[in-house]
Design a protein. Sequence first.
Lengths: 503, 480
Amino acid sequence: MSTWPILSILIWLPCAGAILVLLAGGARPRVARWLTLAFTIIMFGLSLVMLVQYHAGPGGFQLQENLAWIPGIHTSYHLGVDGIAVALIVLTTFTSILVIGGAWQVVKDKVHQYMAAMLVLEGLLIGVFCAMDALLFYLFFEAILIPMFFLIGIWGGPRRVYATLKFFIYTFFGSIFFLVGLLYMYHRAGTFDLQTLWAFPFTLQEQTWLFFSFLIAFAVKTPMVPVHTWLPDAHVEAPTGGSVILAAIMLKVGTYGFIRFSLPITPDASQHFAWLVIVLSLVAIIYIGYVALVQPDMKKLVAYSSIAHMGFVTLGLFIVYMLARGQHDVQTAALGVQGAVVQMVSHGFVSGALFTCIGVMYDRLHTREISAYGGLAKVMPWFAAFLVLFAMANCGLPFTSGFVGEFMVILSAFTANPWIALLAAYSLIIGAGYTLYLIKRIVWGTAPTKEAAAMPEINTREGLVLGAFAVAVLAMGVYPWPLMHLMDSSVAQLVTHLLASKI
Amino acid sequence: MFSLNDLLVMVPELYLTAAACLVLLFDVFLKDDQRDATHWLAIIVMLGAIFLVIHGQTPETVTAFGGMFVRDHMAEILKVTVMVATILMFVIARPWLKDRQLFIGEFYSLAIFSVIGVMLLVSAGSLITVYLGLELFALPAYALVALNRESKLSSEAAIKFFVLGALASGLMLFGMSLIYGATGTLALDRIFAVAGTTPHPHLLQLGLVFLVVGIGFEFGVVPFHMWLPDVYEGAPTPITMYISTVPKLAAVGLAYRLLEGGLGPLAADWRVMLAIMAALSLIVGNVVAIAQKNLKRMLAYSTISHMGFLFLALSNPTAEGYSAALFYAVCFALMETVAFGVILALGRKGFECDMIDDLKGLNRRSPWFAGMMALAMFSLAGIPPLWGFMAKVLVLKAAIDGGMLWLAIVAIICAIIGLFYYLRIVKVMYFDAPVEGAEPLQAKPDFVLRAVLSINALGLIVMIGFSGTLFEWCRAAFGV
């Protein structure tokens, strides 16, 4: 155990970095860029230190820090990570480097503010994954909105103001009911400490109300059908970096919330209403897949495909009750949860990579219309190779990261109910459909215009960013064991906790 | 008869009264270009009073003059916050006043007299002291609103404020007389003792209703809010800042002294009245604020909604509720000083910067001031990690603990509505381009103003970490 409060450093270092960037980079965009890159690389290094310090074997919450915050309402600055959180934090720091690299020359206006917003966002996201106090969690969970609001609103596309206001108010609407739920839990349990709340015996009626207050917050954030409509708007208008962060990490905050709140605090209500979440997940997987098929805008297409993929995560999380409690099959239940988390990480890489690819194309032609592109295989062969790889990962081809999670979720769903598995597996077909259709139109064929035929090949910076994504996608697809080993015990502990009824 | 001990208990008030006279006299002998001396003297006087309040605090409650004057932790917290807010107003207002030839000594002495009124009010132990403090606070405030006598708008606002204020104190006085009739005493602790057993419960309740009207007027909650937007808009901006902070703090003290200290046994009656006013204020304030184009009017309606929020806490008549209300009032005052401070700092002669459109593209012209305004807006909207969020959490918690879950849900729905107009300010500053031909907005290079305002604004973030300490003080004030 090191004496350094590594989690606090991970949260607050980027915030300190943001202040430094704001002060130093005002007139010198170069300084702002390099400084931010340095900070994100240091952050990645520190997250690896945390990864090493975390002992996957025993599981549980490690590297804990606990300071009194507001003793009057028994809330404390309590941090700690389990295997799931560690995986997501490393995903965050890794993606942050690529986001900064990806926006290197693209953002030209008020570079220092952009970089500072990105750094603050990184710190707050890590805060969400570390928080072990419900109020602290809420604090980070909501605070994320502020930098994202600026990212979309200042550096976004033509309808950025509409998109960012919609994003902010929509997600705020969801989470404020969550706050009332938290306060109600405090009213009953007398603490905001998560571990106490997990063990607290809420009655079924209380659990039901709490479950829905959680559901509304996390469903908006994830997003699940039918509260997903902010996402395509936000994605389309966000700058590339914002889209990548949004898809790769911010959506995971919602599903992480399910893991930390809905499943353990309201297990019986979750079991009771698992059908609702499963149905919504299946609707997301199938219906949104069809919606993605007809999008003329690349970003919208990938945004809808994100919603469909997040449907797999919620499916994997809530199928657990049918397995663990209905069929007493703890092993398979754990497989479902694990599949969901693997899918979260994998989707982080794949969607991040796809949005970066779209950014690369957008920088050249300044349009996201699919019809404006064609014949990229001839024009930009390297780029086309990357794009096809990520597209394959998006449809869940074996040996890419996309396969692992989806396969695990479908496998556990099959044990629970073959019909659910059948419907979920159907998404593999639709997913392949819309992704390959996209590839067919922009990678193969001929360029529709002279400009599209003269697009320059990716430069070294873009190559490095896409290459890093590609390595991650392939490594996870070929050898997912380290990731699964990392969270094995944590998932097992979660599932064991779910077995016990609170009523 | 009173003893020396009685005088010792109220040393800060006596000191400030003497000092206010001193400031007034001192100013007479100054030439116009030496007016800065009054400014600094007034600030030093206030700092001295803060020192006396803090230095003289005792662990237990002390009373003087046969219980007419009470000195406890709640009063001390309110007094210190009121004086801090007033000092902030002095510092922030100076360049503004100089620009408009309003930099006169009376401004300072009137403000200090008004503060003395607040200090008496929050320390009141009897209905007489309550009324004395209320009037001593209000009369200088009316004069301050009319400070710019050339301005028709200001004069109108002052008349409106005065007439409605007089009406409210008349109603309150009437209520006091009814309570006196029902209980036979003016001392609040005596009233508390006999309120449950009075032979005239209906008379007492009628008196209570009048008192609640007076308190509602002081807070500016619906349906006693009509004066607030007009006064906010018409008053010179530094005075608006004063009116948006100090009276709200005073009103918390007033409400606690009268409702809990005096009429605590009737809590079941008044908490419902407060809850209804809270719900109405939240709805009216937030909805009407959306339609405003004038920044000061928008902040007025936002204040109405915030006072509704504060009533949420008061509707839980326990120490938890009062401490949440006190916390909220302190936090609210220091958020308002930032919002109005930025407006004041950006205005010039002939350009008040009080329309929302005046802020367009502020981030391009003056990023630091845009940043501070954004902090104030996010904090007022109650978005973490800003201080306003913590205040909202504590109030919501108090309401839920008090069994007012429905009110808490009304409040959060209104908070979502309210979010829109706060975000619109941020949107105008950050996402919009400056209006064609707009004068370059250059904040004044007054270093003290910048420094103080910056500390105040950064405090809105930093305080989230120290909320625990402040909340402990607030709880200690009510004996938890």
